[in-house]
Design a protein. Sequence first.
Length: 193
Amino acid sequence: MFPVLLRPKSTGYIKLRSASAYDPPIIEPRYLTDPHDIKTMVEAMKITIKVGHSPPMRRLGSRLIDKVVPGCEGYKLYSDKYLACLARTLTHTIYHPVGTCKMGAADDPTSVVDPQLRVLGGVKGLRVADGSIFPSLIGGNTNAPIIMVAERLADMIKGKRLPAKSLPHSHYKPYTYDLDYNDVLDRNERDER
Ligand SMILES: Cc1cc2nc3c(=O)[nH]c(=O)nc-3n(C[C@H](O)[C@H](O)[C@H](O)COP(=O)(O)OP(=O)(O)OC[C@H]3O[C@@H](n4cnc5c(N)ncnc54)[C@H](O)[C@@H]3O)c2cc1C
């Protein structure tokens, strides 16, 4: 099991290196620079470990990897500090960088494009339709929403507006949780005792 930080607070930036279009830009993602993100990862790993120790997972042969992560030897195994080191050491992304060219109100100084995706600041005839216009990261996969952005802009340019479509009520079944998650964790703890 592998917890993923879906709503990171750390943000990076892209900057022009020089005025030359041939110079690659500076891309600085600044992953895990907000301490909140490390805290979230540590808590997520603790929950994951609990789930891994639960009787149903144990029945499937679930076990903790007992190899100490190189670079984290100085910390007590599975302590918060060890887990924080683990998060920083075995880090990888799921390739969802967005938001370097934020869509927003024209009077918002951090907006790069307006809600019609037109570049602000006096640039004429240029629109942007990709993941960069997201004002912030969505909590999931990025490909489908980016295709929606492109489809929406194509319709705007063509002056077309799709009629609102509502799902027939009979097809809509709200998803409900059978179990209270905290209750599951409490039960796992009782089982362990
Ligand atoms: C390995 C990997 C796995 C992924 N897996 C998933 C997944 O399972 N599900 C999911 O939803 N998302 C996934 N994603 C994320 C998703 O693919 C991207 O978020 C999405 O494709 C981004 O779309 P985009 O249009 O913003 O950018 P891109 O798809 O990167 O399109 C940018 C385009 O601009 C072109 N371009 C760049 N510079 C210039 C230039 N100067 N002039 C002209 N053209 C230029 C590029 O050639 C490219 O065609 C994955 C991404 C990666 C890298």
